[in-house]
Design a binder for this molecule. Structure first.
Ligand code: SF4
Ligand code: SF4
Length: 565
């Protein structure tokens, strides 16, 4: 699917329609919605009402009692989730969130304002579940649920990436992402999902990963990464699979195993573990850390997540490390231990290299790879040559879930500062908790939705453009597999000349392995920069940061970081 030229997309009108929002029907314009979930994928998951349908059709082939199903579903969820009840009642429509959503900024569509997105559901809640709404109807912002409303829900709740940026600005802490999650659950009760979500979760259910690849294919791809590492470094690495009795189970998003540029990040993980002699194993059953169930329902999320603890138990590992992923970490950090735990068959994670006890993972028993690596760096346990990344002028995109859903803000920057000499942060209202979404998360990444993705990604791209033009930034680092898939086309469109990398790809470049050959290329096969003295010693720019060091991991002694073992 091709998109309009950037100059066209930049003509964003923020003039509201002439008709009120309740009287402005949704229009399914090509390029701004995702294809519906295939019937066979819904069948694999035993989800209700699998069928062929299209948002463009008048008749969505809804079951005759669809309204009762949705209202009963809403009633049940109001009872089950106190936060939902509060979010339905507490909004005073102050508008503080209105201009904070990247989809509103990039599209100008008022129904992409978080406050109005939530009103799409809240208006039905008022009508059905409040006395004022029952008596006064539209006067108090209440409306009946009908097919027009349902179609609007499908369009706009699949135009929310559940990024939570709006919630940071709400004085009441209303989280529109959670409203979207519930609205999507209600839509799923009628078999209304998008295929970029439904088919990956069906694949995951059948084979353990979103891409549906079988265990031997998973192993083949890891073997391919091992060969590539050997080509670049001369070092042979022998990861193990499904090994009982390993100390640690390592689970990555499958995008890192199968897709470019994620595979370079995966090579970085393998090189790191080899360098420190970690006793770990990969699993061909828990071969996916990502969890598209989060974009479907709590129930599906729980089912997909369960395999990680089940596999950790079967293999008898002590604890788990998880790779660079976005929504994977929202599920792990916010739901996993209560949803599928307690994991009392595992031990509280302790780094076998530094002795650091990861107290923040006491309950999940699962540590983020960035916490693990930052701790190694802080204790001087890695031999690093950051000059190997001198051809890269790097900025860092805080992926929405690790930043806002788990507060992982400093560790990735700390790692980058130890392995790169040219790092520049984007403007502060676009990073850390205020980060802008890539525009393709929460299952909105298919090509048929490209125009909406490019619109939603505009604020992120705009901030990258700023540091690209000011400091010559040519590399956008991130810690999310969806970002690694979504940001390259976004950069090509809005900021050509900026590539995308995972943080552990940068680590892999800088890491000096025992017995390695002299390297001539980085992990992608690009020639390494000239050694100091043969070129411009200042490299492509100067860092906006002082000495490597900084805040370090969230646990462990406060010792000075070292670059060399
Ligand atoms: S900031 Fe909060 S209270 Fe204000 S309109 Fe948005 S959701 Fe409602
Ligand atoms: S969660 Fe993100 S995408 Fe959804 S309304 Fe809020 S800012 Fe927009």
């Amino acid at each position: 699917m091709s998109a309009p030229k950037p100059q066209e997309l930049l003509k964003i009108s923020h003039r509201p329609p002439r008709t009120g929002w309740m009287d402005t029907p949704v229009q399914f314009r090509r390029g701004t919605w995702c294809y519906p979930g295939k019937a066979r994928s819904l069948e694999v998951l035993d989800l209700p009402f699998p069928r062929q349908w299209s948002p463009e059709d008048d008749d969505w082939k809804l079951p005759p009692n669809w309204k009762e199903i949705v209202l009963e579903g809403l009633r049940e969820r109001l009872h089950r989730f106190r936060s939902l009840q509060i979010f339905m009642d507490a909004c005073v429509r102050c508008g503080a969130c209105a201009d904070k959503c990247h989809f509103f900024i990039g599209s100008g569509d008022p129904k992409n304002m978080p406050v109005l997105r939530a009103e799409l559901l809240r208006s039905v809640y008022r009508r059905e579940f409040t006395a004022a709404g029952k008596l006064l109807g539209r006067m108090v912002g209440a409306r009946d649920l009908d097919e027009r409303v349902l179609k609007e829900w499908f369009y706009y709740f699949f135009q929310c990436t559940e990024c939570r940026r709006c919630s940071v600005f709400c004085p009441f802490g209303i989280d529109t992402a959670e409203i979207t999650i519930i609205a999507r659950e209600l839509l799923n009760l009628l078999g209304l999902n998008v295929d970029w979500i439904a088919t990956p979760i069906a694949n995951c259910y059948r084979t353990g990963n979103h891409l549906g690849l079988l265990p031997h294919a998973f192993k083949d791809m890891v073997d391919f990464c091992v060969e590539e590492i050997q080509n670049v470094t001369g070092v042979g690495i022998e990861p193990t699979f499904n090994r009982k009795g390993a100390e640690i189970l390592f689970v990555a998003p499958s995008g890192d195993v199968f897709a470019d540029p994620g595979i370079y990040t995966f090579m970085g993980y393998l090189m790191l573990f080899h360098a420190i002699g970690l006793d770990y194993t990969l699993s061909t059953y828990a071969s996916e850390g990502g969890n598209f169930g989060l974009f479907t329902s709590h129930e599906v999320m729980k089912r997909l997540n369960a395999k990680i603890y089940a596999e950790a138990k079967r293999l008898g590992v002590k604890w788990i490390i998880g790779g660079e992923c976005g929504h994977m970490w929202r599920v792990l950090h916010q739901y996993m231990d209560t949803m599928n735990g307690p994991a009392d068959f595992l031990e509280e994670p302790v780094s076998p290299i530094t002795g650091t006890r990861f107290e923040n993972a006491r309950s999940t028993r699962m540590v983020h790879i960035c916490e693990f690596t930052a701790d190694l760096m802080k204790h001087g346990r890695l031999n690093l040559d950051p000059s190997r990344n001198d051809h890269l002028v790097v900025t860092f995109h805080d992926s929405c879930n690790p930043s806002r859903a788990m507060g992982l803000l400093d560790e990735p920057r700390y790692i980058i500062r130890n392995v790169c000499r040219h790092f520049f942060d984007m403007p502060e209202n676009t990073i850390r908790e205020y980060t802008f979404c890539c525009g393709s998360g929460a299952g909105l990444g298919p090509d048929e939705n490209l125009e909406m993705r490019l619109r939603g990604g505009l604020p992120r791209a705009n901030a990258v453009k700023y540091v690209h033009e000011k400091y010559g930034v040519n590399t956008l680092a991130c810690i999310c597999a969806i970002d690694r898939a979504a940001l390259p086309p976004l950069m090509d469109y809005w900021v050509p000349g900026v590539g995308v990398t995972g943080v552990h790809e940068l680590v892999g470049n800088a890491l000096i392995l025992p017995d390695e050959d002299e390297r001539t290329t980085d992990l992608r096969g690009n020639p390494l920069p000239q050694p100091a003295g043969t070129g411009d010693p200042s490299g492509p720019g100067v860092s906006d940061l002082d000495e490597p060091g900084g805040p370090g991991p969230r646990s462990g002694p406060n010792t000075a970081p070292g670059r060399e073992a």
